[in-house]
Design a protein around this ligand. Sequence first.
Ligand SMILES: [Zn+2]
Length: 459
Amino acid sequence: MKIRFWGGARTVTGSKHLLTSGKQNLLLECGLFQGHRDEAEYTNRHFPFKARELDFCVISHAHIDHVGNVPNLVKHGFSGPVVMTKGSVALARLLLMDSAHIQVSDVKYVNKKRRKRGESPKKPIYNIGDARESLRRIEGVHYARRKNLGNFKVILHDAGHILGSALVDIEVEGKRILFTGDLGRRKMPIIRDPVQAAEADFLIMEATYGNRLHGDYENMAERLAGIVNRVYERGGRIIIPAFAVERSQEIIYTLNQLRQTGRLPDIPVFVDSPLATKVTDVFRNYPQYYDEEAMKMLNGHNRPFDFPGLRYTDSVEESKALNRHDEPCIIISASGMCEAGRVLHHLKHVVEDERNLILLVSFQARHTLGRRIAERRPRVRIYGEEYDLQAEVEVMDEFSAHADQKGLLHYVSQMNLPRLKKVFLVHSELEAAQALVQPLLDLGVREVFIPEKGDEFEL
Ligand SMILES: [Zn+2]
């Protein structure tokens, strides 16, 4: 029994962990790597293993850095099942098609430049046909039901990270391996709390925020209300760059709660991201994943994702029309790190006016526009042009869908520690994982590893 770490090792993106039992290979996650263009392209185009030699693929949740390269895996000859929860299937359908569209339009743009330089054109990593083909391999399962995949007996439990997210509990050769996927937080809006697993011989744990503590979610709605009221009173606009999956819905849901309790001014709210709109439909269709509070809202005949003054814009014309006037409003738009998408138009429009506010509610990776805004650089570049950053900037990490250091340690502390032999920390930058090592040893964990890409361990 072996494990080899091929992605999401000392980095937060491109998760890929390969489990081998005898001649059977199970790939845990098949995410897209995001980062510098050339490195990302190479890593995503070429797998470090033979796709056709894999038997099974299990995906913890439908974020692009966990599921995004499945179409390429199938394109390279993988013909086994790709197992995930039914909620993840619904989201993956949208995400993979969207990702294929992005790959195709990216390559078109790159090829225009290549042609000018007399270079041969590139092909997208995968196209719409490849994405569609890969969807046929996807198999949805319910939480807490056992799925036999050859030697591997797999059970998915709610990870409380995004809708449909799962902890992966694997029994193989008499050993238990628990993979946290991305571990959520307790008391987050809409979805349920993570399921506490107790028994494992080996734990593969994410450590995105291993060196950080988040603000409490309880204070989050209050803080959001304060920000909205302040900007409304000075006649400004609020731009919220947000991931289309989960974060946008959480913001909508929280604004809805504020409106219902009379804490929101009469300010129009626009969701300007076609993907976020489609994802919100998935949320509407999966109330079985809601927590008690969201169920209460639903049963009280309040629709969690609709309220007076909220509009979902669709066409490009509607999106552009939002910037034709300067009335106060809230615009929720993708992408969450301000790297692409409609949010860029809105940022361009608001960035040089100090009445406006940019509200960052997502993780901002290095080298992204979002990170530069978070750092409040005096000048920022949008669509190749420099702008003065005059708008106010607020960062709310209370919305984070990842457990922080306290949450991660608490999770491990509730496990059967004498049984736990090794903990592998993945899905984080090195410093974040390092900050967890000593506290884990102090808890009584015997061995902690921070694997590098390509590292292999006998289990
Ligand atoms: Zn995630």
